[in-house]
Structures are given as C-alpha cells and as structure tokens.
Design a protein around this ligand. Structure first.
Ligand SMILES: [Zn+2]
Length: 166
C-alpha cells in the first residue's frame, strides 16, 4: 500500500492510497483519481515530506524535481490545529476526513464479511489468532457481542469508499 500526497487543480491537498506507483499512474490516466473535496480529476502527485528529507540527505532520485517556482513545503500540509479551531470545517471537508478515516480502517483490517460475529467470538475465546477484522453483522448480533465483552465499532459505510478502493 502506497500513500501519495495529491493536489487537484483547485489546490486542494489530499491523500491517495494505491497498491503501487503503477496503480496510481493507471488510475490517474483513466481519470479515476478525483479530489474528495471538489471531484476534480486533474490531480497531480506532490512530493511527500519524507521523500524531500531523503533527497536532501542523500541526493537520490534526481529525476523527481519539484516544478520551478513552486514552494513544495507550503500549501501541501493539511489544516493545522489552529485552523481546525478557528475555522469550522465545511461539510465537504468533514466528508473528506471521514473518508480518510474509513480508508485507513479498511487498509488495516481484514474483511470477513458475514462471518464477522463468528470470527470476533472465536478471537475473543482464543480459538483463532487475534487480528483486526471488519465485516457485516446485525444490530442484535453487535449488541450481543458487546454484552459478551467483545469490542466492536460501527463503521460508516460510504458507497464512494468502495468505488475508490477498487
Ligand atoms: Zn479539489
């Protein structure tokens, strides 16, 4: 899994998750990579901070030079803590953040689908190895799991997430 700092033509900065650099190139060429805030498909990859640090330290990757006249350290960062306090985020920003969280959860968990309750129980009882899972279960089943002392967290399901992940 690769995380790229991306920016649309409207200067919105956001993260994109891809299987590989090729996967990004392929999706970008097909116009599948769009800005979560405005839907713009004119998306370009920013240089991430760790890569910039690596470059200045070792002088590697000479082919990836930031465009002339662009300050690559400014504008590419997300909102700072101060911004969050003073500016109420718009619905679009909230949606983008939620999308980000959901993607992060999805990247770190295994989808066990309908077997969620069974798997959660088996792990709780030590029948199978502990791991992070996600899946579907009924509200009654989720309540039963909690009553048995098994931690479950409801995950908002956004159709857009499924689309962008495939
Ligand atoms: Zn945008």
């Amino acid at each position: 899994m690769k995380v790229f700092d991306l920016q649309c033509a409207q200067q919105h900065s956001f993260e994109g998750w891809f299987a590989s650099e090729d996967d990004y190139g392929c999706q970008q060429a097909k116009g599948l990579v769009t800005c979560p805030m405005c839907g713009d498909a004119t998306v370009r990859k920013m240089l991430s901070a760790p890569r910039l640090n690596l470059k200045s330290a070792r002088g590697s990757e000479p082919s990836e030079v930031p465009p002339q006249g662009m300050d690559s350290t400014a504008q590419s960062d997300g909102p700072t803590a101060a911004d969050v306090r003073t500016n109420a985020p718009s619905a679009n920003e909230l949606h983008a953040r939620l999308l980000h969280v959901v993607r992060e959860v999805m990247a770190k968990t295994e989808d066990v689908g309908e077997r969620f309750a069974d798997q959660a129980r088996a792990m709780h009882h030590g029948d199978i190895q502990q791991r992070s899972i996600r899946g579907q279960t009924t509200a009654d089943e989720a309540i039963a799991l909690v009553e048995e002392g098994i931690e479950v967290m409801p995950l908002p399901w956004l159709p857009a997430v499924k689309e962008t992940l495939q």
